[in-house]
Write a protein that binds this ligand. Structure first.
Ligand code: ADP
Ligand code: MG
Length: 252
């Protein structure tokens, strides 16, 4: 198996607080990998560093073969890694469909003339983007609402929309920050199914999440952080039976 993401010796401190201290791990291509750990163990800082939302003090990040260390978020997104946020970001007044059309940079390669004159090239790009957007709205189970403004969505549905928006750019790797936090417990399995379906299309995932059941049911591998360092990694079953992980969570 080859790695889609290789994180090597990444460190980050905030005015003396060592949030991440020489952490290394890999996300295998095609896998769903979980990143867990107690509050303050460095999960958010780690994914901020690898997705370009924080600068690294030390270390290296490879996306596939490409060194993306120090690149800005937009450049990293173009290289194939998209990251979603704990606080959902959607355009409330836009329809679901329009939310996806603006998200995917579908029109990045068009010039203003194409757009204004509605050239055949524009229509081709627009139709392809709309097909993709509708397919993703189907994937997340919001077909019925595709033309409604996003403001009608529940919190959990907005998370699904944000996830579909992340998929628009055809990423190779999606980094999810707490995808089921605040989601109605009866809906958590639906989210897991949606992520499995997306994974089956070849997209790899790195997921930060507190819901242990969710992580165990979904992930091929789990990385455990403690105080900015990798404590251990393994399959969900290995992690579940590792006394050090329990100790880290209990703070003993
Ligand atoms: P987690 O996501 O696992 O809860 P974080 O990465 O948010 O952990 O935080 C790791 C440590 O770094 C904590 O001690 C936190 O207080 C500190 N930290 C995180 N971000 C900042 C920041 N912007 N400024 C100062 N300290 C920070
Ligand atoms: Mg966090």
């Amino acid at each position: 198996m080859s790695a889609i993401l290789n994180v090597a010796d990444v460190s980050k401190a905030f005015s003396g607080v060592h949030a991440v201290q020489g952490t290394s791990f890999e996300v295998e291509a095609g896998s769903i990998t979980g990143l867990i750990g107690p509050n303050g163990s460095g999960k958010s800082t780690t994914i901020d560093c690898i997705s370009g939302f924080q600068t690294l003090d030390a270390g290296r990040v490879l996306l596939g073969e490409r060194d993306i260390t120090g690149l800005r978020p937009a450049e990293i997104a173009k290289a194939g890694m998209i990251r979603t946020f704990q606080n959902v970001r959607v355009y409330d007044s836009y329809s679901l469909l329009d939310n996806l059309l603006v998200a995917g940079e579908a029109f990045r390669d068009l010039n203003w003339f194409d757009a204004l004159a509605r050239t055949p090239r524009y229509r081709r790009v627009r139709d392809a983007a709309e097909d993709r957007a509708r397919g993703l709205i189907d994937l997340v189970g919001l077909t019925r609402l595709s033309d409604a403004p996003a403001t009608v969505l529940s919190y959990g549905q907005k998370k699904l929309l944000a996830f579909a928006a992340a998929m628009m750019a055809k990423p190779r790797l999606i980094v999810l920050d707490e995808p089921v936090a605040g989601v109605n417990p009866t809906r958590v399995n639906e989210v897991a199914d949606i992520l499995r379906k997306a994974n089956a299309t070849g997209i790899s995932f790195l997921i930060v999440e507190h819901n242990v059941e969710f992580i165990n049911s979904l992930c091929h591998k789990v990385i455990v952080l403690e105080q900015g360092r990798k404590l251990t990694e393994g399959t969900p079953a290995q992690i579940r039976n590792d006394p050090r992980v329990l100790e880290a969570y209990l703070g003993i």
